[in-house]
Design a protein around this ligand. Structure first.
Ligand SMILES: [Mn+2]
Length: 381
């Protein structure tokens, strides 16, 4: 059997996990974007080739969404197809949950990638956090994890690839070619092909990828990926919201948790109003969002919309809530973050009791920065 990533994953699927006292898993964050999926898979694969381990001892990568949600992420499907990895080769959130439920004595040790705090819904199924590599704000948890690397980078995969590249023997390095396209996919997506948000680790790995993949045309590779990512035409509002979604429990000043959902969307609000529902109306779009708010039992929902146009990159932000239920909470949060995010009203026809939208002129702030700002604003309420 070759050493491909696909074969590695297939060999994991054949392991009888229930015979073990403990297992190790690698998890990306709950948005399961390309960076998270590539991080979980590449970390497990790279450790496997470094340790030359038997599949029975290898780390199992978990994609932290239900399997049925993967199909919405066409950029990820494309990246997996490029390595001949099929959906059946992967482990998903439901696999972890059913394993832990039927094998409650088995200790689950997790390596967290692309996040550094276990999301609430996964916490019951993880016993220990034994490693962290991430590029989000440090929650200062699991201080004994090893490695525990949390650094600003464009892509989390840059930190992971660099970490293992430095550990792996030079004689084994040719095998890195097998996983490099997956890490590179996340890197070009998160840095707009090494043009934005590039940090030290991204700059260090880029020439290594070029050496490993001399035939690859980075521009084409990036464009195909980008097209796949923005291909959301035909999806319903709900599918678009859940495609890249994170949920947070942020404590207010009294210590009560407010539940905030933040959906990141690859089109602007005007596009969403006319393309996500048959009547092509803003009203119906808002109604769908309100349904999501109710289904998810949120205090409020935020949509971070951007057009992904490198020439005129813009961001918009919308808040969906029910004033009858939550009073002035959203007004207070908006007042607190308005200056930092440089918010300007998006249009006049807002229904102020349930929907408010803005241009976010601070275009540098993505969810990675916005979520901690919202957390801070809520802590003052
Ligand atoms: Mn990331």
């Amino acid at each position: 059997m070759s050493n491909s990533v696909a074969n590695f994953l297939k060999s994991l699927k054949k392991q009888p996990l229930q015979l073990r006292n403990q297992i190790r898993i690698s998890c990306g964050n709950e948005s399961a974007d390309l960076d998270s999926v590539a991080s979980a898979i590449s970390y497990a694969y790279l450790e496997h080739i470094w340790a030359n381990s038997n599949p029975s001892e290898a780390i199992i990568p978990i994609i932290n969404i239900p399997q049925s949600d993967l199909i919405l992420r066409k950029d990820i499907i494309l990246s997996l197809n490029r390595l001949n990895i099929s959906v059946e080769d992967l482990f998903f959130r439901e696999d972890l949950i059913s394993f832990k439920k039927t094998n409650s004595n088995c200790i689950v040790n997790a390596i967290l990638l692309d996040h550094n705090e276990i999301p609430k819904h996964t916490a019951p199924y993880i016993d220990n956090v034994v490693g962290i590599i991430d590029h989000h704000a440090d929650s200062k948890l699991y201080l004994n994890a090893n490695p525990r690397i949390i650094k600003v980078t464009g892509s989390c995969t840059s930190l992971i690839f660099k970490y293992w590249y430095e550990k792996i023997q030079p004689s084994t390095r040719p095998l890195l070619k097998n996983v490099a396209p997956l890490c590179l996919s996340a890197a070009v997506q998160d840095t707009a092909n090494f043009k934005r948000k590039i940090e030290e680790a991204d700059l260090e790995v880029a020439p290594i990828y070029r050496d490993l993949l001399p035939e690859l045309q980075f521009d084409l590779f990036y464009n195909d990926l980008n097209e796949a990512k923005v291909d959301i035409k035909g999806l319903s509002t709900i599918d678009i919201l859940r495609k890249d979604y994170k949920e947070f429990a942020f404590p207010d000043g009294k210590g009560d948790d407010l539940i905030v959902g933040i959906a990141s969307v690859v089109k602007n609000l005007d596009w969403l109003y006319v393309n996500t529902n048959e009547s092509q109306s803003k009203e119906l779009f808002i109604k769908d969002c309100q349904q999501y708010l109710i289904d998810k039992k949120l205090t409020f929902l935020m949509i971070m919309a951007n057009n992904r146009d490198p020439k005129k990159f813009e961001r918009q932000i919308a808040f969906i809530f029910d004033k009858k239920m939550v009073g002035n909470i959203v007004d207070k949060v908006i007042r607190d973050v308005a200056e930092y995010l440089d918010l300007k009203p998006f249009d006049d026809s807002n229904t102020k009791d349930s929907y408010i939208s803005f241009h976010q002129l601070n275009v540098k702030a993505s969810r990675k920065q916005v979520a901690p700002a919202i957390k801070q604003a809520i802590s003052k309420i």
